[in-house]
Design a protein around this ligand. Structure first.
Ligand SMILES: [Zn+2]
Length: 196
């Protein structure tokens, strides 16, 4: 990390719950030294820290508020507070997410409040993240949920959290260099549950 070029590290790939030796959704995308995290579910933070030995990431994107996609953002916030903010109290880590994600992080740890740790941006709005242009795509799920398309010169990466079927998926992944798709439940469940 920190070097020119692009690299994707899979921090976790479990859906819904972590398994022995495997974490829930988390991806670390590095491009010309800029590091953005895509989701950080159960168990993904230690793997993130293992791949960021020289520091913490530059930005975080969370697709939706289910804990298998955001639980370890709380752990990242604590690491940020006790390392970076110790020397720079006003420093905040950019976090692109839904309002419900912030409420979940606040419920886990209200002090310090997530908005004092993170510079919270509305994931529903296009944004500039370091070298990337982020374009959100609303996708069907039990909670507000966005696929994201990150485009930098010479690189396009598209990513979904879990989602129901949608024509927007074709647009999200069109001509991308890499399209990462969450696929948890391969068969329809007999009874609808508040899934992942
Ligand atoms: Zn979910």
């Amino acid at each position: 990390m920190g070097e020119p070029g692009s690299r994707l590290v899979v921090l976790g790939s479990c859906g819904a719950w972590p398994e022995p030796g495997r974490s829930c959704a988390g991806f670390l995308l590095a491009h010309n030294g800029f590091r953005v995290v895509l989701d950080l579910g159960y168990g993904a933070a230690p793997r993130l820290f293992a791949h960021c030995p020289d520091g913490l990431p530059d930005a975080v994107v969370v697709t939706h508020e289910h804990p298998d996609h955001c639980a370890d953002v709380s752990a990242l916030g604590r690491a940020w507070h006790y390392t970076v903010q110790t020397g720079a109290p006003s420093a905040r880590l950019p976090l692109h997410c839904t309002p419900g994600t912030v409420r979940r992080l606040e419920a886990m740890e209200p002090r310090p409040h997530p908005e004092t740790l993170f510079d919270v941006r509305d994931l529903g709005e296009p944004a500039e993240i370091g070298p990337f242009r982020l374009t959100p795509y609303p996708l069907p799920h039990h909670q507000p949920n966005f696929g994201v398309r990150l485009t930098a010169p010479g690189l396009t990466v598209a990513y979904t959290g879990d989602t129901g079927p949608s024509p927007a998926l074709a647009e999200l992944g069109r001509d991308a260099d890499l399209f990462i798709c969450d696929a948890t439940l391969r068969t329809r469940r007999r009874r609808e549950s508040p899934a992942t």
